[in-house]
Each structure stands twice: as structure tokens, then as C-alpha cells.
Design a protein around this ligand. Sequence first.
Ligand SMILES: Nc1ncnc2c1ncn2[C@@H]1O[C@H](COP(=O)(O)OP(=O)(O)OP(=O)(O)O)[C@@H](O)[C@H]1O
Ligand SMILES: [Mg+2]
Length: 234
Amino acid sequence: MQPERVAALRAVSITKSFVEGAVRRDVLRGADLLLERGRFGALLGRSGAGKSTLLNVLSGIDVPDAGRVEIDGIELSALGEEDRTAFRRRHLGFVFQAFNLIPTLSVVENVALPLTLNGSATEHAIRRAGELLDRVGLADRRSAYPDRLSGGEQQRVAIVRALAHEPTLLLADEPTGNLDWETGRSVMDLLHGLVREFGVTMLVVTHDHDLLAASDAVWRLRGGILEPVPEGRA
Ligand SMILES: Nc1ncnc2c1ncn2[C@@H]1O[C@H](COP(=O)(O)OP(=O)(O)OP(=O)(O)O)[C@@H](O)[C@H]1O
Ligand SMILES: [Mg+2]
């Protein structure tokens, strides 16, 4: 018998609406998702479909109106705000479309930050951050500030920052959306390679065909629910 696979990420009947004045938008209407540990999932959907809203709920940045989110068996939606933040800091990594590096910290300090936030000594964190930057060919830019780097370089920094504290789950929201095609390709290759090497579970919002083909599972968010996309049909 196959050993039971552990869900790294499970979402059950997630609903989320936004109310603005008299207008109410039901963005998520019962979204379900199950991503096994070490797997690589991709999320498709038109602009405004609710992909970022879903990632915010899955990561505990935002709370669903109803439904349940579990990460590695921990029910995120049952934790208070403080515990959710602590959990996120320890177990999750993020990569955003707009890179989101901290402008007042140098490149190496940006990468070291998730380690120091989790209690690592500064010296250790900076050393580890330096090693990671070396891995992505940016050792010589360690003392630069993010605004001196190209978009592709900033995203490489953001990727190693997201992995520095060895999260169990990495969430990425259109990580190549602000890059030209060729740079985007190399950033995706890098992300994919590191995720496999680190054994991290990843859910990525992307329309990149190569990445979709390389993923273990694909969902399309449409009408507020997640539809599994059969292999080869993305
Ligand atoms: N905080 C908010 N308050 C009100 N409406 C919101 C809020 N956040 C998102 N929305 C609305 O929810 C819908 C889904 O937005 P979301 O950003 O999740 O879409 P998306 O699929 O990520 O789109 P894109 O591909 O353009 O990034 C949109 O109609 C948006 O206007
Ligand atoms: Mg979005």
C-alpha cells in the first residue's frame, strides 16, 4: 500500500467577498485545493479572477469569510493574528510580481532578514545570505541597494530571500510578470530548480507555458472556484 501523502496545503470551501459601498463582490465562492508535500502547483485565471486574493488567504495575510486553510496539518484559519504572523514567518516564503525588496537594506541584508526574524544570529544569517547570493550569481552585488539592480536581478534576490529560512511552502504571485520574456524564462528556471532542490512545496500564479508543463498540478480560478486543469490542457 502506498503511504498516505501529506497535504502541504489544503483549502476547503474558501469564500471571500469584498464590499465597497453598495457593491459586493463575491470573489471566492467555495474554492478547494489540495497540494501534496514537495509538489509544484500552478494557478491560472483571468485578471480579476481572484488569484491574489486566494494567495493572501492561503498565506494567512488575509482571512476567508468561511472555509478552512491547512498548511502541514496546521489549521491556519483557526489561529489568531499574532500566531498566524509567527507561523507565516517560520513556514512560508513569498515571491511577488513587484519583487518587494526592502529599499533601505542592502541586497545581502534583504536575504538575511527572514533568518534574523526567525532568531538566527546576524553573523550566521549574513553568511548564509552570502552563500545563497553566490548560488544565483549575485555575490558581487551583495552590498548594493535593490534600486541599483535590474528587474531580473532583483527577482533573483527575492527568490533566495523567500527560500533563506527553508520554508515548507512557497507562494509566488506572477513572479515574472514585470520581466521581459527572456529574463522571465531564466528567473522561472532558477525558481523551479531551487524549489525542486530544496524540496519546497510551491504554488505559483503563472501563465508561463513551460512552467505549466513542468508543474505537478494546475488549477484555473473561474467564477470563484478552482477547476483542476487536466495534464496537457493548460
Ligand atoms: N481589498 C479589496 N477591496 C475591494 N475589492 C478587492 C480587494 N482586493 C481585491 N478586490 C477585488 O477582487 C477581485 C479579484 O482581485 P485579485 O487581485 O485577487 O485578482 P487577480 O486574479 O489577482 O487579478 P490580476 O491577474 O490582475 O492580478 C477584483 O475585482 C478586485 O477589484
Ligand atoms: Mg493578482
